[in-house]
Design a protein around this ligand. Structure first.
Ligand code: SF4
Length: 949
């Protein structure tokens, strides 16, 4: 304990590491008496978003109970700081309603009848079902479907060890669109901006307050700003992020591409582009546009052709599309040009995931980086692949031989990830069935569009044979499972993570705190669930044991991948899995650990994170490894190949690795798009969204001249839909909530528990002088939802908005979803595919072992909007396009707050209309998908080819 000093010099940002084994604080409950409390502090990693910030778990040495979580100062990305969701982990681990034991359904699916079971029974049941499926050559009927991964590589390894193409993810409702835009340029599908060193930062989102890696990024954005960088934010909403900006550009949603291309035109026309960079590092020589072929032409002639091509994107055109003044667009373009190589940006969801063609703004944004030469530079745009580190494991299984069309169907050959949100429709069409289905941190009934189609699928035992929800809490989806298997929170499990948070490369180690502390004290555990509360387990050990249950004697060739690298033939332990990796695959870690007399695993258990390097810029300029160079040849276009595979490129007389694209350069011109039936989008272009103003007229039967049905699906309103047409923005996040996973965090729900419909005063007047609190009915293409209005000028007119995260519900009065965050509802199927939900009661105080549940003062759980949305698969990226046209009217007297109606027959029809826009495989050579485009859990090359029959 340090003596108090008036100047505050006794205060420390975080407890120093040397005191982590016995950290002393005064017990606030004993104030004003000075009663000491002794803590043991163990680092772990937050699991409440993908940022993977470092946590410190403070365990009371007397009671063995974790009492709080704070930031880990030794974590290089989060540097001891957290957002509100990190410390709220304490609510999650002490949630009185959490699931403590594996549960098995004891009544019909969805009936809510459950009985406790054992982990042994779970392993035996699933082991036998999966073994049989494999033996009968039905591997594609085994599927793992993940919401929040929270780890790197272990599942890919497990599924490849099983030899199946069975990885499904949530990515196509999240970020596929932006990913496609980025990967078409440089293969890496995520940006890694160096905000801290930027001179100008452009965010197409509310990224400073929410979104991917936002806490680590937010720190660096503010650092950049404090060092003089200017910040511009494109967002129809006056978000907290926009309120911090030097420029707020409240564009009409879906028009961002027009604005960005207008900025590119300004930079081109004013000759402020970095000619040397564009000449050296783009594939300009492959350009073919408007009758111009760059091959054999000069660079200057090609630039002139580009100028001619983009001439239509005048700032005035962009103003007409977006509503942002032409002079502001010009000003931002000049700021970007001035920042040059120190221009940073971020685009992830928002405009990308909301809009049809939302991958084009990512391409247009990258064009600005390419023109300014701000790729791979300090203060510029870096590639996630350069900043993220995934260590190799002790033994890597070979790629699977099969291709699962339930994951990558032929209609969307360029989708970056699995077409997961269409799964109910695929099964309805008879494309397959699932024998064993694992959903993990995944609640599609609630988070996906068209949740009632998911309920119809999940309750059908013909379509889904056996379903286990791997989840620490009940959810709308878990209710329809056969088993609910409790997996640990941040302080109850092992995982290894790394993210592209800043200009550096690091790994973070999540660990089960109780087990670590008890093992330090000399106890021994075979499995983490023996040390955790109840029998809460962790996935790593579950998958190892399930693999042994599938192949108990090793005859199927599966078990070998889950045997110890140190004890031949024995079952792999988590210590061995991570210990081997830290010893053998993380550069520099063994040496750094040795300096402290520690083994690498001990070092990671002590500090929770390790920074590998900050030398991450311009990796494209690295020389080719001598082994790759030996025996290689240079193609006429400068690409260096060895054994038919590209290994580098000649640039300015030097042989360097370049980018992982076909040209090994930044692909200004995408031959891939041209070859795969989309030649009109070979360059970054402006793709008008399905919510473009022209689509509004078309939806009411008055298509304007500029409405193009070739690219936009027709909107058909249900016959009972009335009211004015608006664009709904349904995906903005609240900074303190976690999709559906914050329902058990009382600190967070106390802050936010409503999701009213944002309406601009202009529109409120048009709707009949609507005031804040009035009840509105929002019609989608498949149903409606009823909620309160919030009249605000913080939103562009013509647009309405409703936040994500809220509107949880439960069908059982006292169970299913936590009572502090959900409404008790009456859910009925009133006709075939017609679903009606009405709230019976909202949030109320209740008795539980946590006295705070008696003090719940809020009475609103919000309204579930996503379940009333149809699926909107982008024909190219495959992303679900979240924004949508809706009709809004005042609610009728018999409508109640929270009412929901959906017709899944209509949702199937909308699916068909969107599917018709796609241009299916095969592509060149009978391929299902371009070979160079990455795929999660990539199969063997031969699986990429469609069979002739
Ligand atoms: S940003 Fe917040 S929720 Fe995400 S990992 Fe960091 S502390 Fe956790």
């Amino acid at each position: 304990m340090t003596d108090f000093k008036r100047d505050g010099s006794h205060l420390a940002f975080c407890p120093p590491v040397e005191k982590w084994d016995d950290w002393v604080e005064y017990d606030p409950d004993e104030w004003p008496r000075r009663v000491e409390k002794h803590f043991q502090i163990v680092p772990t990693i937050c699991f409440n978003c993908e940022s993977a910030c470092g946590l410190l778990a403070y365990t009371n040495k007397e009671t063995g109970k974790i009492e709080k979580f704070e930031g880990n100062p030794k974590h290089p990305a989060s540097r001891g700081r957290l957002c509100a969701k990190g410390p709220a982990t304490i609510n999650q681990i002490h949630d009185p309603d959490r699931i403590l034991y594996p549960m098995k359904r004891s009544g019909p699916r969805g009936s809510g009848q459950w009985a406790r079971t054992s982990w042994d029974e779970v392993l035996e049941t699933f082991g036998a079902r999966i073994r049989k499926a494999f033996q009968e050559n039905r591997g594609e009927e085994v599927m793992y479907h993940v919401g929040r991964p929270g780890h790197d590589f272990i599942m890919e390894r497990t599924l490849q060890a099983w030899g199946i193409d069975g990885h499904n993810s949530h990515t196509n409702v999240c970020s596929s669109s932006a990913r496609l835009g980025y990967l078409l340029w440089h293969y890496a599908d995520r940006p890694s901006p160096d905000h801290a060193n930027a001179r100008f930062i452009l965010l197409l989102s509310a990224h400073l307050e929410s979104g991917h890696y936002f806490n680590p990024h937010a720190q660096r954005i503010i650092e950049g700003k404090m060092a003089g960088a200017k910040l511009a934010v494109v967002d129809p909403r006056l978000s907290n992020t926009a309120s911090m900006a030097d420029y707020w550009l409240p564009s009409y949603p879906g028009t961002e591409g027009a604005m960005l291309l207008a900025m590119a035109k300004v930079i081109l026309d004013e000759n402020r582009y970095d000619a040397e960079f564009v000449k050296n590092w783009t594939n300009w020589e492959e350009l073919e546009i408007d009758g111009f072929r760059a091959q054999g032409q000069s660079f200057n002639a090609t630039i002139d052709a580009l100028k001619r091509h983009y001439a239509k994107f005048t700032p005035e055109f962009a103003e007409k599309e977006s509503g942002v003044k032409a002079e502001v667009i010009v000003k931002i373009a000049r700021e970007i040009a001035t920042a040059g190589s120190r221009f940073a940006s971020h685009l992830w969801r928002g405009s990308a995931s909301g809009n049809l063609g939302g991958w084009q703004p990512a391409r247009a944004l990258m064009l600005l980086h390419v023109l300014t030469g701000s790729v791979g530079t300090p203060g510029g745009h870096n590639l996630n692949a350069w900043n993220k580190f995934v260590p190799k494991t002790f033994k890597t299984p070979p790629p699977q031989k099969r291709w699962n069309e339930l994951l990558y169907p032929p209609e969307w050959p360029l989708c970056t990830h699995e077409m997961s949100f269409l799964l109910p429709h695929f099964l309805k069409e008879g494309r397959g069935r699932i024998e064993a289905y694992f959903t993990r941190v995944f609640n599609p009934v609630w988070t996906y569009p068209d949740g009632f189609s998911w309920i119809e699928m999940l309750r059908d035992e013909e379509k889904v044979g056996l379903h286990a929800a791997l989840s620490p809490t009940w959810s709308e989806t878990a209710w329809f499972a056969d088993y609910v298997l409790p997996m640990g929170f941040s302080s109850e499990r092992h995982d290894l993570m790394s993210q592209e948070s800043y200009a550096g490369k690091w790994i973070g180690f999540r660990q089960p705190v109780a087990r670590v502390i008890r093992e330090r004290a000399g106890e021994k555990f075979d499995y983490t669930y023996q040390a955790n509360v109840g029998e809460v387990w962790e996935e790593d050990e579950f998958w190892i044991n399930l693999s042994w249950a599938i192949d108990p004697d090793g005859s199927m060739g599966i078990r070998q991948w889950f045997e110890s690298p140190y004890r031949p033939g024995q079952k792999l332990t988590v210590d061995e899995y991570y210990g081997w990796m830290f010893e053998n695959s993380v550069p520099g870690l063994p040496e750094v650990a040795a300096k402290e007399g520690l083994k690498p695993l001990e070092y990671m258990r002590k500090y929770g994170a390790y920074e590998i390097t900050t030398d991450v810029h311009r990796q494209n300029e690295k020389p080719i490894a001598p082994a790759d160079l030996a025996g290689s040849n240079v193609e006429p276009n400068g690409v260096i190949k060895k054994d038919g595979k590209a290994v580098g490129v000649m640039v300015d007389g030097e042989s360097v690795v370049g980018y992982n694209t076909p040209s090994r350069k930044l692909e200004l011109f995408s031959k891939t798009m041209a070859d795969w039936k989309w030649p009109e989008f070979a360059l970054p272009e402006y793709y008008r969204s399905h919510i473009h103003r022209s689509a509004q007229g078309a939806s009411m039967g008055n298509p304007p001249a500029d409405f193009d049905p070739k690219y936009m699906p027709r909107v058909e309103w249900p016959k009972d839909a009335h009211g004015e047409v608006y664009t709904l923005l349904p995906i903005f996040r609240l900074p303190n909530l976690i999709h559906t996973r914050s329902g058990n965090a009382k600190f967070l729900y106390e802050i936010s528990h409503k999701n009213p419909l944002w309406v601009n005063p202009v529109d409120a007047k048009q709707l009949g002088d609507v005031c804040t609190g009035d009840l509105l009915k929002v019609h989608t293409e498949i149903g409606y939802f009823v909620l309160h209005a919030w009249v605000t000028e913080g939103l562009t007119p013509g647009v309405v908005a409703c936040s994500h995260h809220l509107g949880r519900w439960r069908v059982n009065k006292d169970e299913q979803v936590e009572r502090m965050s959900s409404a008790w509802v009456d859910l009925k199927e009133v006709g075939k595919g017609q679903w009606k939900m009405r709230q019976l009661s909202s949030v109320q105080p209740y008795d539980s072992p946590d006295a705070d549940t008696k003090r719940v003062w809020w009475s609103d759980a919000g309204v579930h909007q996503d379940i009333t949305f149809p699926v909107h698969p982008d024909p190219i990226s495959g992303m679900h396009c979240w924004h949508q046209l809706v009709r809004v009217e005042r609610a009728a007297p018999d409508d109640c707050y929270g009412d929901i109606f959906v017709d899944t027959n209509l949702s199937f029809a909308v699916y068909q209309r969107w599917k018709a826009l796609a241009r299916p495989a095969p592509g060149p050579g009978g391929l299902r998908r371009p070979l160079w485009i990455p795929r999660v859990v990539r199969p063997v090359e031969s699986a990429f080819y469609m069979k002739k029959d």
